[in-house]
Design a protein around this ligand. Sequence first.
Ligand SMILES: CC(C)=CCNc1ncnc2c1ncn2[C@@H]1O[C@H](COP(=O)(O)O)[C@@H](O)[C@H]1O
Length: 271
Amino acid sequence: MKDSRKTRSAGPLTYRGDAIPATTTDQRLLESRGPADWVHTDPWRVLRIQSEFVEGFGLLSEVGHAVSVFGSARSKPGTPHYELSQEIGGKLATSGYTVITGGGPGLMEAANRGAQEAGGTSIGLGIELPFEQSLNDHIDIGVTFRYFFVRKTMFVKYSQAFVVLPGGFGTMDELFEAITLVQTGKVTRFPVVLVGSRFWKGLRDWIRDSLLEEGTISPDDPDLMHLTDDADEVVDIIRKSHVDLARREFEAGRVADEAADLQAAERASDS
Ligand SMILES: CC(C)=CCNc1ncnc2c1ncn2[C@@H]1O[C@H](COP(=O)(O)O)[C@@H](O)[C@H]1O
């Protein structure tokens, strides 16, 4: 027999008769104001972290081939490293790569500027810092993260390569994060290119003379990093590795997208 009591649907739920709540879900959401200390608890932070991933993946997943460029936040326009970073940004852009940086000043700004001036796509993944700072003026698409580790995932997930110019602790952090991921096989697809042989010489020597000598890294590990002073060579190294990767994927039978990828990479390499 048909139930003649009053009925209320609330999403997938159905209430009848005395079970119908006094208020609707919307009413309770919009009208309730309780203690607010839960916004400073870890479960709430987890949701915020999740939303940063959603925002980042949503923004970057359709970007196409991209290269992340890292380097000092403190280098000034007109200095040799600034100009080199700008040139690299420009050459990457004309080779079809989107340029991603940390969105800040210095060598990040230089790479974004080079990419933008060359008509490419320039992306800045900024980070909330304790002092006032906005994204640099040469960014087409920008997002500012609260959490360093979420932002780092974006650099790795959406880049074809890492280019690392001279910098301080932030740059070293990014370099060693990338190298560790490559060394441990967590990422297999990208080269790490150090730019500035005078700057990096001490670190390269120390890696060979101390780490290798002490046996804390494997004999092949120093070769995980390429070293150059030349913007064209940066692009060449990245293209070659891109072609190699596409070929490996193709040979492994992952055909559909990779076939197009291989053709695109080979075209870029020939141009
Ligand atoms: C003037 C000043 C210190 C601004 C700091 N503003 C920043 N904005 C965005 N990313 C940053 C900033 N500082 C450090 N980073 C991150 O760390 C690297 C540079 O740090 P550093 O200057 O090498 O150690 C960059 O590649 C970037 O991803």
